[in-house]
Write a protein that binds this ligand. Sequence first.
Ligand SMILES: O=C(CO)[C@H](O)[C@H](O)COP(=O)(O)O
Length: 211
Amino acid sequence: MELQLALDLVNIPEAKKLVKEVEEYVDIVEIGTPVIINEGLRAVKEIKQEFPHLKVLADLKIMDAAAYEVMKASEAGADIITILGVAEDLSIKGAVEEAKKQGKKILVDMIGVKNLEERAKEVDEFGVDYICVHTGYDLQAVGKNSLEDLATIKRVVKNAKTAIAGGIKLNTLPEVIKAKPDLIIVGGGITNQEDKRAVAAEMKKMIQQGE
Ligand SMILES: O=C(CO)[C@H](O)[C@H](O)COP(=O)(O)O
């Protein structure tokens, strides 16, 4: 099980400072959609340059023009690029093809997918690398999480790795670990804490013990 730190509400200098604090304990750094909207793919480039030993995920949440956007994120240094599960089949297949060409990986974010079981089976057949269940901020605000959805995709996904994101905190991490996703994505559960390093260290320890 890997741990991904999601950076959403920071600028580039703040992102660098945050990664420095926790770099020993995370496997992947996500440059979140709001950061890319504010700072562009420069954020991916600068983080990858400063932390070449960490994998960097560009959370583009691609919906169209997939091959082009995967190419651009790859050129900026992203190791993993996200596309939405609700995108057209052709777009997801195009993203996979371009990522393979560039030696990169594709994570499909299933946020907003209604027919989760069916769609997870389909995107798994397209050769994507990760399939991620995700409760966005708007549904977190009304008390939702992705544990049931994780169980659903774990039942049907045969090839891709499984991932989970959305509101995971130290106190909810044990039940997530028990569900055994390949990748656990944590944003505010680390970035909003006073002692980010201590929380990341504790999370990493819990994950290692759960393996
Ligand atoms: O992709 C995202 C929002 O769309 C976030 O990066 C993801 O949900 C993780 O952040 P948090 O743990 O704060 O929910």
